[in-house]
Structure formats: C-alpha cells, structure tokens
Design a protein around this ligand. Structure first.
Ligand SMILES: [Fe+2]
Ligand SMILES: [Fe+2]
Length: 231
C-alpha cells in the first residue's frame, strides 16, 4: 500500500490527447484497502452534483491540492524532530503542488478562471475534533490526513466512470492517475500515525472515521470536492 518512491499521475497535457485508452473501473488492491478504511461511500447525489458543477469541482480540487501541500509543510514546521514525518511530508508536499499545477493547467485549457472559492465544512468539521492534548494532537492530525486522502481517492474512483459516461475521458483519465497518488498518501499518513505512541489508536480511528462519514452523508447546501449530500 505504501510505495517507497513517488509516482506521477498522467500529465494534465494528456487530457486532450486521450482518445482510445480504455479507462478501467476496477480499483487495484491498494485502492480497495483505502475504500475499506472509510465508514461510508459518497452518496450518488454528490456525483450528479459534480457533473452539474464541474467548474466548482475543478477550482475546489485545485484548492484542495494546494491546502494538502500547505498542511504537509505546516507539519514539517511543527514537528522538526520526527524524521520519518519530515521525509514523507516533504515528498507529499511536492506531489500535491504538482497536482495543483496539473489542475490549474486543465482550468486554463478549459477557459476556467481560477478564483477564490469558500472552503467547504469538511476539513474544519474534522479538525475541530483534534485533541488539544499535545500527546494526542499529532495522532489526530495524521488520522484526519489519512481520512481526507482516503475520501479524495474514493471520490476519484467514483468520478472516473461518471466522467467517462459523460464523454469527459480526458478528466476521467487524469483522475484515474490521481487516485493512486491519494491512496499512497493515505498510507503515508496512516503509517505515521501508527508510528506514534498512542493508548488506543484503533479506537480513535473509529471515532474520527464516524465523524468523517457524518460530514459526507448529511445534507450540505454548498457543493465542493469534499462536500456532503447535496441539499
Ligand atoms: Fe493530490
Ligand atoms: Fe494527496
């Protein structure tokens, strides 16, 4: 599940070149593990909203990549003594910024102007549950990082056939490449969480997994990459 070397997803330039590559819908083993980590699947209605709000989907996707890189750099700053974290987060930050660059390239090709977009409730809804006890804070941050990467992966897995059916094979292929990266990032966060002394890691994972699922299946008036059930 956790690759030791980085793997770049298809270039955004592939987006307009894909004409005959068959997009497989069968997730590989590492992605099946990611999907099994989550307490619920995304509601069908979210994927329908994604097709209807593709511009917001892409802009918010770019925002998510940028925030993922910023979060990794923030961890490097806060925990300079954790060498494994420094190495994994510096690799992750580089990859997330590459993804940001690729999504921005897609926005440009589609004539979509990258602009500020309000954040969804998702990340803040998870982070408000971070335990302020310094002994527990990092474990919670890492579990939440794993959950966010897992949900991103799950959304890419679900978006690929939806986009393909809609005739958007370029974006489908791009997202198929990204799902593997997000699965690897999930593994990186989870492994870091498991490397820290924690009284009951499994119990804490179960608690945060439940909170994450609530944010996904409950009604949400604002469509974003990680938003809940459209209302
Ligand atoms: Fe990413
Ligand atoms: Fe990621």
């Amino acid at each position: 599940m956790i690759a030791s070397t980085s793997e770049s997803p298809p270039s955004a330039s592939d987006e307009t070149e894909v004409t005959s590559i068959s997009v497989t819908h069968m997730p590989d083993k590492s992605i099946e593990l990611v999907l099994g980590f989550l307490a619920c699947s995304s509601p069908r209605g979210w994927f329908e909203a994604a097709l209807a709000n593709k511009e917001s989907l892409l802009i918010d996707h770019a925002n998510c990549e940028k925030k993922a890189a910023a979060n990794a750099i923030n961890l490097i700053t806060r925990y300079p003594g954790n060498t494994e974290l420094l190495i994994k987060m510096s690799q992750l930050a580089r990859e997330e910024m590459l993804h940001f660059q690729q999504v921005v390239t897609i926005l440009v090709k589609r004539g979509i102007c990258y602009r500020r977009l309000s954040a969804s409730r998702y990340a803040s809804g998870l982070r408000q549950h971070i335990n302020p006890d310094p002994e527990q804070t990092l474990v919670d941050i890492l579990i939440i990082g794993a959950l966010i990467e897992a949900r991103s992966c799950e959304r890419f897995v679900g978006l690929v056939p939806v986009l393909e059916a809609d005739g958007d094979r370029g974006l489908a292929r791009f997202y198929q490449g990204l799902m593997k990266s997000e699965a690897r990032h999930f593994g990186d966060y989870l492994k870091l969480a498991q490397s820290i002394e924690c009284v009951n890691l499994d119990h804490r994972i179960a608690e945060l997994r439940h909170i994450e699922a609530e944010l996904i299946i409950s009604a949400d008036s604002c469509f974003r990459f990680h938003s809940g059930m459209p209302s």
